[in-house]
Design a protein around this ligand. Structure first.
Ligand SMILES: [Zn+2]
Length: 337
């Protein structure tokens, strides 16, 4: 599979050769060995430490804070370039597959020093909050763990919906959702130009009857600056193209306008902010879904490093089809982003 690099760099129908000095085919859709789709909390920590160790300084692991039950919330940073990109996985504990994709991204970009890796790491700094909701993962539920809370967004007796507490007007100090406060602080310190938040959704058809493998959306809060929406749409096109090249079928995501949703909050704060929702397909398709998420992570970083995001027409995002009818409802009906 070598079409992905071409797809990233080009519009539909165009073919442009990659320069051998600054890129290599992103051979990620085939031949990869299966990965653990749901690494335990301990396994995740040991995998991250192992990647850091083997990266010879290219990957730096830090603990941006603890969950309410004192599980570490990890950030792993790779590269040292001027273009800063933040990926977040698993804000909802029962939406796991962005996390193994993040581990594979860190391995592929961080371990080794071939010309492409060296080139990429010189141009971008990619920081990943890996499994933002460690307590929710332990319980296989959406919320964090705050059983005494009576949250406006969340569930009494369980906890807060972390992805409703990124409001630009709420300071980390007054934020009741612990993990959202950690991400807010991390965002402010890192100051990324791109933020991509990885979630999971149920199963849907597109209007032609083919199954959707993922959905994507940009900020929809009406106060988001038009330039920031346009930039997010360009990133959404990269997601759609890269996932399609890896065999996926991407729709728009019908998300809400609430400013506490990370997609909206970080857009309002001026980042190119995008939501990716991987469909919860059956277990036989999980490795494909992980590779598809990985393909999007690689494509965003690669296209940003090449300085080619601005070449994408944002109007192409509007041509991504809407999500169609339900095949299987996997998550609560009120789940959104
Ligand atoms: Zn979610």
């Amino acid at each position: 599979m070598s079409s992905l690099a071409l797809v990233l760099a080009c519009g539909p129908g165009e073919v442009r050769s990659e320069s051998l000095t600054d890129a290599r085919p992103l051979d990620i859709a085939g031949g990869a060995k299966p990965v653990d789709p749901r690494p335990s909390t301990a396994r995740l920590a040991s995998e991250l430490r192992s990647i850091e160790e083997r990266s010879d300084g290219a990957v730096e692991l830090s603990r941006i804070g603890d969950s309410n039950e004192k599980r570490p919330i990890w950030s792993a940073r790779v590269g040292h370039g001027p273009i800063r990109i933040l990926y977040v996985t698993q804000q909802h504990g029962n939406e796991p597959l962005g996390t193994p994709a993040a581990l594979e991204f860190l391995r592929k970009v961080g371990i080794g020093a071939d010309p492409w890796q060296t080139w990429l790491r010189k141009r971008v700094t990619v920081d990943i909050v890996v499994r933002a909701n460690a307590d929710g993962f332990e319980r296989n539920w959406r919320y964090n763990y705050a059983p005494d809370a009576n949250p406006e967004y969340g569930e009494r007796g369980k906890g807060y919906d972390i992805n409703r507490y990124h409001n630009p007007g709420i300071s980390p100090e007054e934020n009741p959702a612990t993990e959202a406060a950690h991400i807010q602080r991390h965002y402010a310190a890192f100051d990324p130009v791109i933020v991509v938040d990885y979630h999971m959704q149920g199963r849907y058809f597109d209007p032609s009857g083919r199954e959707i493998t993922a959905s994507v959306m940009w900020p929809t809060h009406p106060d988001t600056k038009p330039d920031d929406v346009a930039f997010a749409k360009q990133i959404a096109v990269i997601v759609q193209q890269s996932m399609a090249a890896a065999g996926g079928n991407v729709s728009q995501y019908p998300g809400g306008d609430y400013e506490g949703i990370a997609r909206n909050a970080y857009g309002l704060r001026g980042a190119g902010s995008v939501l990716v929702e991987l469909s919860a397909m059956d277990s036989a398709r999980e490795q494909d879904q992980i590779r598809s998420a990985l393909a999007s992570m690689m494509a965003i970083a690669h296209t940003a490093a090449k300085g080619q995001i601005d070449e994408i027409d944002p109007a192409r995002a509007d041509q991504i089809p809407p999500r169609g009818s339900v095949l299987l409802r996997v998550y609560d009906a009120d789940s959104d982003d």
